[in-house]
Ligand binder design. Structure first.
Ligand code: ATP
Ligand code: MG
Length: 336
């Protein structure tokens, strides 16, 4: 299967990726690279819950795609030595779908709901008493004779993951005892992830080659793993045995990822702001239309990185290109 550029940063699961995910996904807290504060906090929460023999508090993880929300949720289950049931907001179509899952949970078990912001309101409302009192309200019958039946649920932990926490309703958000935002990783930590993955995949890689890939991985573990695989393919086809810095650079060049980690669409976004909108400010909706991409794609996958590396600014009047962006693209500010 050949990857397009977009695929490297896409949140989509490609069949090839899924296999890789299973082998590369850290299984314990100590294998999970970086996010030290989160790991320290979780270690304490987990130990305390285990000592009391209780379920862990409900936990919410938010952050951009590929930063480790699903990974950390599975690690928690493993560290708690408890089963984890996995579902997602859009998969829960009917009230009965959630009711069936809730009633089948084990005592102290974990329910993981991915894309929590996409849960339907009627289903969300079932979660409130379930999370708070471990109760399930079932309506039996119809019309005036309808009754609410309260069923006891096992004590369980809900772990929610979302890329859009602002879309969660406040009552749902408030029911999580532990909330954590996963942030971009440092280049150093991404370098460690690349070396760890290379060791698992039996790839010989020089330290400076790992750093080179790390610098262009959008501070994101999933992107780093995908780039490592693309570089490995390149090195193998060129009949080399070891990934050197020079080969890594050549492979990344072929993938059209420049030395600031920008791919063609990143560059198109900045060029558009500079050339079509005189450097901005331009509203993000207008910008999305101008580059021919969906608003969500721009907001969730491109803009955060461009802001993080200092090429784009988010102002109340819209997005503006920074001096650094002009310089990177070889433009003179005021020229366009
Ligand atoms: N801290 C980490 N250390 C090592 N590898 C990691 C870490 N975080 C994530 N990864 C790797 O990156 C991949 C992507 O992580 P994960 O699927 O958990 O992201 P996510 O936040 O759930 O993304 P999405 O929002 O798209 O569902 C994982 O398969 C794992 O191999
Ligand atoms: Mg996930």
């Amino acid at each position: 299967m050949s990857f397009k550029n977009h695929d490297i940063i896409s949140p989509e699961d490609f069949p090839e990726d899924r296999k890789m995910d299973l082998t590369l996904r850290p299984k314990t807290l100590s294998e999970f690279v970086g996010q030290d504060k989160l790991k320290a906090n979780l270690a304490i929460f987990i130990k305390a819950a285990q000592q009391r023999g209780e379920a862990l508090d409900h936990a919410l993880f938010h952050g951009l795609h590929g930063l480790g929300k699903t990974t950390i949720s599975h690690i928690i289950a493993r560290e708690m030595e408890t089963p984890i049931q996995v579902t997602s907001g859009p998969a829960l179509e009917k009230v009965g779908d959630l009711a069936a899952i809730l009633t089948s949970l084990e005592e102290n078990g974990i329910l993981f709901i991915d894309e929590l912001h996409r849960i339907r309101r009627v289903i969300e409302e079932i979660l409130y008493p379930a999370m708070e009192e471990y109760m399930l309200d079932v309506i039996v019958g119809r019309g005036p004779s309808a009754k609410i039946l309260r069923l006891d649920l096992p004590r369980f932990t809900l772990i929610g993951a979302t890329t859009r926490p602002s879309l969660l309703s406040p009552p749902l958000r408030d029911r999580f005892g532990f909330t954590h935002q996963l942030d971009f990783y440092t280049v150093d930590d991404i370098g460690k992830i690349i070396k760890r993955s290379a060791a698992i995949l039996n790839i010989d890689i020089d330290d400076d080659a790992a750093t080179e890939i790390a610098k262009r991985s959008r501070f994101t573990p999933r992107v780093a793993n995908r780039l490592l695989k693309r570089v490995r393919d390149f090195v193998q086809v060129k009949r080399h045995k070891r990934v050197t810095k020079d080969l890594a650079q050549k492979a990344l060049e072929m993938l059209e990822i420049d030395n600031a980690g920008l791919n063609p669409l990143d560059r198109k976004i900045i060029t558009t702001v500079i050339e079509k909108f005189s450097g901005g400010p331009v509203g993000v909706k207008t910008l999305a239309v101008a580059v021919g991409e969906g608003l969500d794609t721009i907001e969730e996958m491109y803009e955060p990185y461009l802001i993080q590396v200092g090429f784009l600014n988010r102002t109340p009047r819209g997005r503006t290109a920074t001096q650094r962006a002009y310089k990177h693209l070889g433009h003179q500010k005021g020229f366009f």
